[in-house]
Design a protein around this ligand. Sequence first.
Ligand SMILES: Cc1cc2nc3c(=O)[nH]c(=O)nc-3n(C[C@H](O)[C@H](O)[C@H](O)COP(=O)(O)OP(=O)(O)OC[C@H]3O[C@@H](n4cnc5c(N)ncnc54)[C@H](O)[C@@H]3O)c2cc1C
Length: 410
Amino acid sequence: MTDATPSFPDIVPEPIGDGTPLAELTTMRVGGRAERILVARSGEDLVSRALELWEAGEPWLLLGGGSNTVVHDDGFPGTVLLVRNTGAAPIADPDLAPGRIRLRVQAGHDWDHLVAACVDRGWSGVEALSGIPGLAGAAPVQNIGAYGQELSDVLHSIEFLDRELGEVRRIPAAELGLGYRDSAIKQGMAGVVLSIDLLLADGAAESAGARGDAGGDAEAPILSAPVFYGQLADALGVTVGDRVPIRELRSSVLRLRASKGMVLDPEDHDSWSSGSFFTNPIVSEHFARTLPEGAPRFPVQPAGRAEEGPAVTSFAELAMGHPLRIPAPAPERQVKLSAAWLIEHAGVRHGFRLPGSGAAISDKHTLAITNRGAATADDVAQLARFVVQRVQQEFGVILAPEPNLYGLEL
Ligand SMILES: Cc1cc2nc3c(=O)[nH]c(=O)nc-3n(C[C@H](O)[C@H](O)[C@H](O)COP(=O)(O)OP(=O)(O)OC[C@H]3O[C@@H](n4cnc5c(N)ncnc54)[C@H](O)[C@@H]3O)c2cc1C
């Protein structure tokens, strides 16, 4: 496949006038109007409109699919810029290892359509991220992840319009501070992701190679990346670390997600949400010991030591006038807790709703705050605050929201 490959088909709901409430542009389906809505349908358009907005100095909000954004009922006091530049195609890269593909995806491309197209072509690396709503440009913002895969596993680089520099630059994934639902962009690196480059494995080339080497079955299915999530492995009837036919993996992920209301479905109010409303808290191992025995704890990769080399200056070195080196303290070990477990064990159950509220905890998943049809942003924020308070009172842990909140505070 070459650069001339036609763009993947993509469907983005047709917007949009200045009067459109943000409730119609976000999956939580709450939020009032913006003063102005602009739509950028190409990368050039995105750059020129963003530069104009920055020049004018008015408040601006970049919106992709609105699946991780909750806006106040009074709306947004400025301009909303909708990212709608679509397309995806492999690009040439002399450094690519054999059997690898570098795929450039425009920021406004629908994420799950992209995953579906990759699975169809037998390109693996994103199949466990099937069914995540939203557009490609927002994927690095919180380093989307699910079922044992994260964007950071396959992200090569992004093309970024840097607000500070006022120019477009390519940023390697390693410089984006990607972590658990986190990135430098989320932490305030202002600008616009114009496109993302992914490094995928070409399963078709791999199976052809295997057939050539071993004379194998011409009809052998293309395999997924290894399955690294216990619940998904169970659903597939395999062991963690196994590989399965890539299409089977996608179907299994979509089934699991739908059973939790985590696939957008207009008929299913459990999916009128922003997905998980809270991130799993990361706390010190010491603090985690204060929690009840049953509280799930997952080890977090330790951060590297602050300093390398000898921990202290020797007497001989001191005598020779070398400066005193104090040993860097060992970083405290951290563990990730389950926000869902904390919420449930603080007494907030599936379907919980405050009196008179249009928002409720999902019937299928305690981590999701959902709109039952007529919720306001205020209903959502009140329920979120209630959950935070209950968990804090019960366990001393302060939950942090995963979606980006505009005009709302918890
Ligand atoms: C039902 C459901 C299930 C979900 N499941 C998951 C899941 O399993 N894993 C997961 O990680 N997330 C999940 N999410 C959250 C969400 O889908 C992802 O975070 C997604 O990447 C958001 O994309 P979006 O285009 O909708 O972002 P938006 O909500 O439009 O934007 C999110 C943030 O990114 C900024 N932004 C958007 N586009 C750009 C750009 N081009 N450049 C710079 N900044 C930009 C926005 O300003 C905003 O701050 C789920 C959400 C829902 C509703």
